[in-house]
Design a protein around this ligand. Structure first.
Ligand SMILES: [Zn+2]
Length: 411
């Protein structure tokens, strides 16, 4: 998938990333290790806020875990057997450690902090966990394939009968996120028991039925991938289609019976006996880095106002408009709007073109006419124009941002 071509006349995300000052991958720092510039960090933080909001609705509570763990842990989790060739190792005091390739074992250890009862379940943790995986140099591709990646990772622990409703909630939240980006076409895949598996066939049967039941209840069409589940459980993957017609796998919901058992996780059931919880690994957007690469190309850098690094460029067009423009700028900023003033000595036409090239959603052009009428001339990135009082502009833009509107709606 990283090799999918960008459409004709379109720029790829590496080029746009450079033009818009979003990120860089520097030879000096190392291949596959993206560095986000302030503009890119704003976009990334907004995406994280979207996930935080969804996590809040879903009851996932944020945790934070380190970037490396003892190899002993990875042996216990099974990663040492299954993923060793993809992991980075280092020595500390003669003991082997590894940079984490996944976040699961950290979250499992947080679950195991104290005894759990059925009344505590579900217990849900989320983390913007940066993980490290060895990728061959030839396979690296901008943000789409990297060696350090931050996932919107979540792990939750359930009693078996809770699974179906949870899967529905998580899948809905994921689809909701994609529609915010204008990605309304998706493919859902259900992967079932592979040849090599752990656990009893009955448990697999029940888990697969729970996933099917969830998809049926949501009236989602899905393709069954026989035998393509993980060795520890069946899973649902969601592929989305971008504006260039390409498909990307983003969200995933995986059931897991293996790791809770390996780590002896338990909860006391209503019957007073000890039971092993079922674990779900889930990501709504997948990997933040990859998603940014996809979004940059999908939107061709023209971010909606809630994601745009700079939302408003204020452009005074005469010397005596400077004060009025400075006042407008501080009012915008006080209202929480990311605004900057473009008051360089170049011509107005040049400054408008520069703001358009930076794909800033809104420009406020201010001259004598506007000062006299106590308004601002709003010029949208798409060319639409209107004139209105500054307070009205601010109120409408705040609403557009709060609603995470994909379209520009002011003017
Ligand atoms: Zn996991």
């Amino acid at each position: 998938m990283p090799d999918q071509k960008v459409g004709e006349g379109k720029k790829d995300h590496k080029r746009l990333g450079q033009d818009l000052d979003l990120f860089t991958i520097s030879e000096q720092c190392g291949a596959g290790l993206p560095l986000y510039a302030p503009n890119g960090a704003i976009v990334r933080n907004q995406l994280m806020q979207l996930i935080r909001d969804k996590n809040g609705e879903l009851g996932f509570r944020e945790v934070s875990t380190p970037h490396m763990f003892r190899s002993e842990l990875w042996k216990k989790s099974g990663h040492y057997d299954k993923f060793k060739q993809d992991m980075f190792f280092l020595k500390v005091d003669d003991e082997e450690f590894a940079l984490k390739p996944m976040n699961c074992p950290g979250h499992i250890n947080i679950y195991a902090l104290r005894p759990r009862s059925y009344r505590d379940l579900p217990i849900r943790y989320s983390e913007f966990g940066t993980v490290y995986r060895i990728e061959q140099s030839g396979e690296l591709h901008g943000l789409l394939r990297v060696r350090s990646l931050t996932q919107d990772d979540g792990h939750a622990f359930y009693a078996p009968e809770q699974i179906k409703q949870e899967v529905i909630k998580i899948a809905r939240a994921a689809l909701d996120c994609y529609s915010i980006f204008g990605m309304k076409e998706y493919k859902v895949k259900l992967s079932t028991r592979p040849e090599k598996y752990i656990g009893s066939p009955e448990v697999w049967e029940r888990a697969t039925a729970a996933l099917k039941g969830a998809l049926d209840e949501m009236k989602l069409k899905y393709e069954v991938k026989e035998g393509e589940g993980a060795f520890y459980g069946p899973k649902i993957d969601i592929d989305i289609r971008d504006s260039l017609g390409r498909w990307w796998q983003c969200g995933t919901i995986q059931l897991d019976f293996a790791m809770p058992e390996r780590f002896n996780l338990e909860y006391v059931g209503e019957d007073g006996k000890k039971h092993v919880p079922v674990m779900i690994h889930r990501a709504l957007l997948g990997t933040l880095d990859r998603l940014m690469g996809i979004l940059i190309e999908h939107l061709q850098g023209a971010f909606p106002s809630w994601l745009a690094p700079v939302q408003v460029a204020v452009i005074p067009i005469s010397e005596d408009a400077q004060d009025y423009a400075a006042k407008a700028l501080s009012e915008l900023r006080n209202a929480g709007i990311r605004a900057e003033i473009h008051a360089e000595s170049d011509t107005m036409q040049y400054r408008i073109r520069a703001a358009q090239e930076q794909k800033i959603p809104y420009m406020l052009v201010i001259g004598k006419k506007e000062i006299d009428a106590k308004v601002v001339a709003v010029r949208r990135r798409d060319g639409k124009q209107a004139s209105m009082p500054l307070e009205k502009f601010i109120g409408s833009l705040q609403k557009e941002v709060a609603e995470r509107n994909l379209a520009l709606t002011v003017a």
